[in-house]
Write a protein that binds this ligand. Structure first.
Ligand code: 3MF
Ligand code: MG
Ligand code: MG
Ligand code: MG
Length: 383
């Protein structure tokens, strides 16, 4: 019943199940898996898709011959195991050259190199069938704001994204770009810290229709924000091109936990939102297993992400079909008639003349306690 199927569109990055458990205080705890081995693992646990940064697949110093061999073997593995590549991305944060950012670096040569690296990553993704290209501004930020004016950084990022859109059009790649916000980590502050910041930026681009967002649970939650609200704003704007599912406790470093493991209630509202509105894009898990795990534990982690999603999807269906919940919702909506209509001189003066009984409006209990308790009982499995 909770078995992942291709139509669920569950995907994982090579860097997620391939994560070796290194952190700032300790070395790797798991051996390296090759991209081909990761594809095999993903097929075994029932995933639909695999995503990658350019250098997850092709080492940064690979020769063209090595690149072609790696791509050939990876493509073959994907075909053999029925795994697709929905999204590709570029690593603009690991190499020391990006220590002060990539597209926003003060050094024009670094900005040019970042653009070249991204074009090549787009070539690589397109070769393997990716239609979504994610851009996470990994080190586009500061420790000291003495280094540059942030509005200059914004202009530089705009120039880069405009260039990349033209490159995609020129090559006929048909990419949708998805910008991923994160408030901090690895730098003290990162430009465009929230999904909403990117949504505003996108409207200033030459091709806003080609660019949307890739919100991540952990990133909005780090800043103490309601992730589902950010997703809803992106969806309403027609900009939810991709999503990074994982989990996170507020106020901490980027934990990238198994989906639903830290705040199952927030995960429930998120799954309910995605399913209610009919989001049809990939459900990508940008998360990794605890550092305590071997590769059997990594499989437990990956299976757990998908299983929890499907359980919560079923809970959302149960919530939507629950007669008591529906009765409460109907009652809440009872007085929810048209508030004021479109502006005209007449509607404005009618509204100005209208009398409101504030005390009466404020006196009715809204029964949200009951509504939330019923929600909890569904989640806790007694309803
Ligand atoms: C960092 C992230 C990144 C991005 C990835 C996609 C390593 O917190 O979330 O994962 O998702 O770079 O572009
Ligand atoms: Mg994260
Ligand atoms: Mg992350
Ligand atoms: Mg992410």
């Amino acid at each position: 019943k909770y078995t992942p199927r291709p139509e669920h569109r569950f995907s994982f990055g090579l860097w997620t199940v391939g994560n070796r458990g290194r952190d700032p205080f300790g070395a790797e705890v798991r051996p390296t898996l090759s991209p081909v081995e990761i594809v095999r693992l993903l097929a075994e646990v029932g995933a639909w898709g695999v995503n990658f940064h350019d250098n997850d697949l092709v080492p940064i110093d690979a020769t063209p011959q090595e690149r072609d061999r790696i791509v050939r073997e990876f493509r073959q593995a994907c075909e053999d195991h029925g795994i697709v590549v929905p999204m590709a991305t570029v690593n603009l944060f690991f190499d020391p050259v990006f220590r002060d950012g990539a597209f926003t670096s003060n050094d024009a040569r670094v900005r040019a190199y970042a653009l070249q690296k991204t074009m090549r990553a787009m070539d690589l993704g397109a070769e393997l069938g990716a239609k979504i290209f994610v851009l996470w501004g990994g080190r586009e930020g500061t420790e000291t704001d003495g280094c540059r004016r942030p509005d200059e950084a914004i202009k530089r990022l705009r120039d880069a994204v405009n260039f990349l859109c033209e490159y995609s059009l020129d090559q006929g790649y048909d990419y949708k770009f998805a910008l991923e916000a994160k408030p901090n980590e690895p730098r003290a502050d990162i430009y465009f810290p929230t999904t909403g910041a990117y949504l505003a930026f996108i409207e200033t681009l030459d091709h806003p229709e080609m660019v949307g967002v890739n919100p991540e649970v952990a990133h909005e939650t780090m800043a103490g924000l309601n992730f589902m609200h950010a997703v809803a704003q992106a969806w309403e704007a027609g900009k939810l091109f991709h999503i990074d599912l994982n989990d996170q406790l507020p106020g901490r470093y980027d934990q990238d936990f198994r989906f639903g493991s830290a705040n199952p209630k927030a995960a429930f509202w998120l799954v309910k939102f995605l399913e209610d509105v009919g989001y049809a894009g990939p459900r990508h898990f940008d998360a990794h297993a605890y550092r305590t795990e071997d590769y059997e534990g990594v499989k437990d982690f990956a299976r757990g992400c998908m299983r929890t999603y499907l359980i919560l999807k079923e809970k959302a269906e149960r919530w939507n079909a629950d007669p008591e919940i529906q009765a409460l919702l109907a009652e809440i909506k009872e007085t929810d008639g048209e508030a004021f209509g479109k502006f005209s001189k007449e509607t404005a003066s009618a509204l100005l003349a209208r009398q409101f009984d504030r005390a009466a409006l404020a006196s009715k209990g809204l029964k949200y306690e009951r509504l939330d308790q019923l929600t909890m009982e569904i989640l806790l499995g007694v309803r």
